[in-house]
Design a binder for this molecule. Sequence first.
Ligand code: AMP
Ligand code: MG
Length: 323
Amino acid sequence: MSVKTALLPADDPAAIARAAEVLRRGGLVAFPTETVYGLGADALDAAAVGRIFAAKGRPADNPLIVHVAAPEQARALARSVPPAAERLMSLWPGPLTLVLPRAAVVPDATTAGQDTVAVRIPGHPAALALLRACGRPLAAPSANRSGRPSPTTAGHVLADLDGVVEVILDGGPCAVGLESTVVDATRPVPMVLRMGGLPLEALRAAVGEVDVLSGQDPEAMSRSPGLRHRHYAPRARVVLVAPGEAAALGGPAVAVMSQRPRPPGFVGRWQVMPAELEGYAHALFAALRELDAPEVETIVVETVPEVGLGRAIADRLRRAAQG
Ligand code: AMP
Ligand code: MG
């Protein structure tokens, strides 16, 4: 079934009111956050949440992040709030998702049947205005077709979900450009399940000891279901190489993402990525979509140092290359 998609300015109160109305009757609205654009629906309405999975083609075993406007609203979704979670909540609003024990009000559809629920307060004025206007917690995964690079502009959302989502609120490019850091806050020592827009170093500086889920951990997949799935992949094949190695790999069907300048005589597209990791994160998903032109068969990406935001960037690049 196809709907007429309305593209509306996110800073217009009338647009927010209209989008909130769509959400209250169980519809889908894409909205900007500081991380990426989210595809929102009422998190407590199983039928509305089902529409998110259908719109994205998302595997039903991959749970959704619930967005709220205030800490009290997050506490209402949790069976209990462990001490570690209380400390971590001081970092909201921001690119940080907390996994908490789930209260009975949250439907199985939202948590993919897990007995935990993932919650965050986004740091974007339009997202907060929408949450307040509709008065419901909003389940909102990234507003892309499942497996594709996450959308960081309203145009990316339109490219993937035109005719599927009722309203897209256009708030311009997302400031961070990477999804939130997901932390399991049910444990005595919190554990990062997915690297993201809040760097590990910043988390540790704010709350002390923090573990990181190891990819070798046999339990890893069950604790962080999103890790099981293909993600962030353009249509072209993505190949990772060390910095400096892309220069030798040119060709008419090649595109390169590198922090270095285009070498003289290089054949193919060459996208210079920002040297600063914040700028790199901001530009990453747009660059993957931009370089994914019809004539491009291979996108060669030079890796980044795995410190600060570089950990999340490297994670997304590895998963794009697994496609
Ligand atoms: P996305 O919204 O597409 O950025 O993906 C949401 C991420 O949060 C995925 O990696 C999920 O596995 C993770 N997530 C959501 N809910 C839970 C939960 N209850 N426990 C563990 N991870 C979760
Ligand atoms: Mg996603």
